[in-house]
Structure formats: C-alpha cells, structure tokens
Design a protein around this ligand. Structure first.
Ligand SMILES: *Cc1c(COP(=O)(O)O)cnc(C)c1O
Length: 410
C-alpha cells in the first residue's frame, strides 16, 4: 500500500485546520489541501512541517517574497510610531508616499486606497466625474468601455461588467454604463467609443483570464482612440505592475502611457492591503473634499510599507530579476509546448501554461504539484498560472520547473 500524502492524512494537523475552515469560513474559495503556518522568501512551511515552493506569490502581492527584511523593518518601525490617523488629520507618511509613488510611476497625483477593487472603483468614479466636468458628457450618460474576460475585482459595480458567470450570476441588479468589447480587439473599441465615452479600462495583460498577452498593436491603438475621442485610458496594473513582467508597469512593453493606473497587490508588500489610483493631475484633480474617501486609505502603516516597496522598486533590481529569471522560465516552459502544453503565455516571471487536451485539468496539475512541494493554482479550467516571487533563486526556480515538467510532460 502506498503511504497517504501528509496533506491528505486525516490524522495530520492540516486536516483539523481544513475542517475548521470548512465549517466556519464562507465557501467562496476552493483552496488546495495545504495549511500554511509560516513562510520566508520563496518558501512556505505547512502545519505538519513540510516545505513548499511558492509559485503563486499571492497572485503577485508577494513579488518581494515572504517577510522581505526591508518591508518587515519598515512595518515594525511604523507599528511603534502611529498606524492610523484617518484622513481627518495630516500625517508624516502620506505626502512622502504620494510624492515617491508619483515620481516612481512618472505621474502627477496619487489617490491611496486599500484593496485593488477599491482602486478600480475609485478610477471609475474619477473617470465619470471627469467626463461630466471636463468632457461635457450629459449627466448620468457616461460610458466606460471594458474588455471581455476581464478581472477587476468583486464589488457589485465591478462584477456588473464581468463576463464570468460565477463572478456575476445572481449578484444583480447590475450597474449600467459599461460596454464590453473582446479583449485584444481594438476595432471593437473603435466601434464602441463615442462622445459619451469617459474611459477605456483595460488590463495590459489579463491575469485571471490565464496571463493573456494582447496583440502588440492593441494598447497603442487604444491609446490613439482615446486621444482622438477625448477619453481616458485606464490601465489596471494591479497584478501586472510593480516589476512582475520585467518592467515597473506592463504597459511600458507596449510603449504607451495611461492617463490613470490602478495599482495594488505588491504595493502592500504582501503585508497589508495597499492600493492606489495614480495619474494625471487634471484628472484625479476633479475630486473635491467629501466626494470620495476611505477610513484606512493612505494610513501611516500602509504608507510606510508602500514607501519601502517603492524603494525596492526604484533600483530596478526586481525588474531585472523578473526579466532574467522570466527568460529562463519561458525557455524551459517552451520545451513543454507540444509535449503536454498547448501554449505558454506571459512576460517576465509570469506565465500561463495552457494544458493540452487529454492531460490533467488545471486543478489536478496543481494537486500533483502540491505532492511535489510546489504551490501554484489553476486559473480557468485548463491553465496553470505561475508567478513565483521575484526573490526566488535560479536553483529554486529550476526545482519548481522540474516538478512542472514531471507533471505535464508527455
Ligand atoms: C487582484 C486584482 C484586482 C482586485 O484586487 P483585490 O485586492 O482582490 O480587490 C483588480 N484588478 C486586477 C487586474 C487584479 O489582478
């Protein structure tokens, strides 16, 4: 008889924790059957003492790995000073955080929020107010053009323009004012854009959809269409930004600048939720006191951690690691195409591996990788999404890629 793997052994500590989750936490996730107790760098240790390589990095929230010393030091230091003032008062972290983030991203102004969905909601509100005040769209008629298969978060307004039935069904009635076009199809945007268009909202690379990279002329054509029609281009870089693709912002690969960017995930260093809308002064400048806000947005602890993240990003070291390790990862994954993989997509240390028909499902592949001590997660039914922390060593990256090869190669 073969030994029962530790994560499935009902006598293990993990089983007890999984049972508690199952009984008391809402069933809105279907996690792999592993229970993490601690983590450092690219490694996580489960409650039974088994070590696993992290090939997901919290969907890119952990670009700098678990417990990066500079981020933990910044958080610890700020914990002992002041953590929350609310925006009723100024504090000494907000101005420097906004200045440093604006300088890093080459933008003018920053609206700090918490979760990614809040940043997207905020960008939508800004774009609508800008359309009424600046573009002169008649009140309540502003439209925002979005892409099919998008993922921008889970709020009621955001799921209103999702094309994923799970994300959307039975959560209506939905917020109007969005037009959905096929991702990658600039002609569809050209057909949809008009004098009521406030903005085009798009992910430069679609993460949840399976790390989908659009045609090279897509974003440049959207940029031109927005310029011609006086609409804003909003790039949702919550997952693609902050070094994940080898550039600070993934839209730089396409040589374009957006009017607004939404940032999140890695902005909080994997320590706490920090998000922001960054962009043009004359656009974010439409917000006046009382028109938008957040109790925790821009709090001193978030700003202190965000500033440490900005310092890490300002050297370019992580962008370069993503480029170099990413080239290696894509070269190795490329060997699987036609041998278990249909297609490998992505940029930098970020890949969507489309599993060939007849192979395991994405879920089965993730479970087989868990057996081998590599943690990643499927997206869609047949795609493995790989996003190791950018601090991973080349040796550990190869260990994970060996396991992926074992699981997929045919
Ligand atoms: C994760 C994500 C969001 C939502 O962020 P949350 O912090 O989960 O609300 C929005 N847009 C993109 C592109 C994302 O990847």
């Amino acid at each position: 008889m073969t030994a029962v793997p530790s994560h499935l052994d009902s006598s293990s500590k993990a089983a007890a924790f999984r049972a508690l989750d199952d009984q008391y936490s809402a069933h809105n996730y279907h996690p792999l059957p592993v229970v993490i107790a601690e983590a450092s760098g690219a490694w996580m240790t489960d409650v039974d003492g088994r070590r696993h390589l992290d090939f997901l990095a919290g969907y890119s929230a952990l670009n700098f790995g678990h417990g990066h010393p500079a981020l933990v030091a910044a958080a610890t230091e700020q914990l002992g000073r002041v953590t929350l003032t609310s925006r009723a008062f100024h504090h000494d972290q907000l101005g420097p955080f906004c200045q440093e983030l604006a300088e890093l991203t080459g933008t003018d102004r920053v609206l700090p929020m918490n979760s990614g969905a809040e940043a997207v909601e905020s960008a939508i509100k800004i774009a609508r107010k800008w359309a009424y005040q600046v573009k002169g769209v008649p009140e309540n008629q502003a439209e925002i053009i979005v892409a099919g298969s998008n993922f921008h978060g889970r709020t009621t307004t955001i799921v209103s323009f999702s094309t994923d039935p799970d994300a959307r069904n039975e959560f209506g009635p939905f917020t109007p004012g969005f037009r959905i076009t096929e991702y990658g199809d600039a002609a569809a945007v050209e057909a949809a854009i008009n004098e009521r268009t406030a903005a085009v909202l798009v992910e430069p690379i679609q993460g949840e959809a399976g790390v989908v990279v659009p045609p090279a002329d897509y974003l440049p054509r959207l940029r031109r269409l927005c310029d011609e029609h006086g609409a804003l281009l909003i790039a949702d870089e919550i997952q693609s930004g902050l070094a994940r693709t080898g550039e600070l912002l993934a839209s730089a690969h396409d040589g374009i600048r957006a009017d607004l960017y939404t940032l999140g995930k890695a902005l909080g260093g994997g320590i706490l939720p920090v998000s922001a809308v960054v962009g043009r002064d004359d656009v974010i400048g439409v917000l006046q006191p009382g028109q938008h806000g957040s109790t925790f947005g821009g709090n001193p602890l978030a700003c202190a951690v965000g500033r440490a993240v900005i310092r890490l990003l300002s050297t370019g070291e992580f962008q370069e690691r993503s480029r170099e390790l990413g080239a290696h990862m894509h070269a190795r994954l490329g060997e699987l195409v036609g041998r278990g993989a249909l297609e490998v997509r992505g940029r930098g240390l970020w890949a969507g591996v489309e599993i060939a028909p007849g192979g395991p499902t994405g879920r089965q592949a993730s479970e087989a990788l868990l057996e081998r001590g590599v943690l990643c997660k499927e997206t869609q039914d047949t795609t493995l999404r790989l996003a190791p922390p950018l601090v991973i060593s080349r040796e550990d990256l190869d260990t994970g890629l060996d396991a992926i090869t074992e699981v997929l190669a045919r």
